[in-house]
Design a protein around this ligand. Structure first.
Ligand code: KG4
Ligand code: ZN
Length: 344
């Protein structure tokens, strides 16, 4: 069966076609980053309006590129939540209308379930059960993933998400939005310059004895540093590196502790911060020391995308007992606890 996936939870319109036997047949993404960068963050109303503009042309473009017709689609999966309510409504209403017209099942997917299952789109793919470190702009969680719909929260951030901390710190340093990639580049550049390290920042909750995170204090520590030393050509790189090192150490050590606690040996990293090179190097090195393996989905599947939604939809449709929603009706859930998901 061919599943059309629609992702519109935040500032990316993602469309994909996943075939239950033939795999991923096509996907396309339109990122609104440039539009929001002017405001230093996502403007929800602008995001919704842009999804409206992009979603149908992107569906047409994805179908055409895969040489498929609308009539070939056997089911539609869309992101039902969590996310920006208005943005979610665009994907949900398009999915419901198309499903009604084509008389095919429509399924609302949890955005984080999409992220958790996305590593299975890559080769080599992990096998259940595994530990997932979900590090995005909105979420920082360690989950035990035992199968489709079988997720156990091991720990999460008590305040800012990892990506949010990267973005806020980048803003403090006068870098653009979203600042994560720019901050990480600056840190790497400083590292390559072989200049002596000037600063060291705290490792919040490193020894808390649980698998929770806290990043808002780190941002405040950066603010204190910038107030004291100023933001100059000399200090900026050093601060960026100190920040990144603190983030990477905490994320690495907590992920390893999650592997030890669960007795599992596979770690999957999903979400935009998973693109961070220093994090990848650190996780792989430390995991190898304890005989574990780390899986990184390709970057395009790490960040928000339609493929993970089409794939999660396909997995769920194959499970017995999962109901699609009544024709023509839809709801979105701006807030939605992953652990409340229906287990097949
Ligand atoms: O998963 P994602 O694309 O979107 C959601 O938040 O759902 O994650 C985006 C986040 C942003 O906060 C961005 O700054 C961060 O991922 N990010 C990075 C890097 N690339 C993206 N953070 C640190 N280092 C990077 N290389
Ligand atoms: Zn996401």
């Amino acid at each position: 069966m061919l599943v059309l996936g629609i992702e519109t939870s935040c500032d990316e319109t993602g469309i994909a076609l996943y075939h239950t036997e033939r795999g991923l047949l096509g996907h396309a993404l339109y990122s609104q980053t440039e539009m929001h960068s002017e405001y230093g963050g996502v403007v929800p109303e602008l995001a919704s309006r842009d999804h409206i503009r992009r979603v149908l042309p992107l569906i047409r473009q994805t179908l055409a590129a895969a040489k498929l017709e609308l009539q070939d689609v056997g089911a539609i999966a869309y992101t039902q939540g969590p996310g920006l309510a208005g943005a979610l409504l665009v994907g949900a209403s398009v999915a419901a209308a198309m499903g009604f017209a084509l008389k095919i099942p429509v399924l609302g997917i949890h955005h984080l379930e999409g992220h958790l299952l996305s590593p299975l789109l890559s080769t080599p793919a992990p096998v259940f059960p595994f530990v997932a470190l979900l590090v995005s702009g909105g979420h920082t969680q360690l989950m035990e993933v035992s199968g489709v719909g079988r997720y156990r929260l091991l720990g999460e951030t008590v305040d800012d998400a990892a990506g949010e901390a990267f973005d806020k710190t980048a803003k403090l340093l006068g870098l653009g939005y979203p600042g994560g990639p720019a901050l990480s580049e600056l840190a790497e550049e400083f590292s390559r310059s072989c200049k002596p390290k000037q600063f060291k920042l705290p490792r919040p909750m490193l020894h808390s004895g649980d698998l929770n995170f806290s990043f808002s204090g780190l941002k405040t520590a950066v603010l204190t540093l910038t107030n004291k030393h100023g933001i100059t050509q000399q200090t900026r790189g050093g601060i960026a590196l100190a920040f990144q090192e603190a983030m990477v150490e905490v994320l690495t050590e907590k992920s390893l502790a999650a592997l030890t606690q669960t007795g599992l040996t596979q770690l999957v990293v999903a979400g935009g911060v998973g693109a961070n090179r220093q994090l990848r190097t650190s996780l792989s090195r430390r995991a190898a020391e304890m005989g574990s393996v780390v899986f990184y989905p390709e970057l395009e599947f790490c960040t928000d995308n339609g493929a993970m939604i089409a794939f999660a939809g396909a997995m769920r449709l194959q499970q017995a007992g999962i109901r699609d929603q009544p024709a023509g009706s839809f709801t979105v859930r701006a807030r939605w606890d992953l652990e409340l998901l229906e287990t097949p």
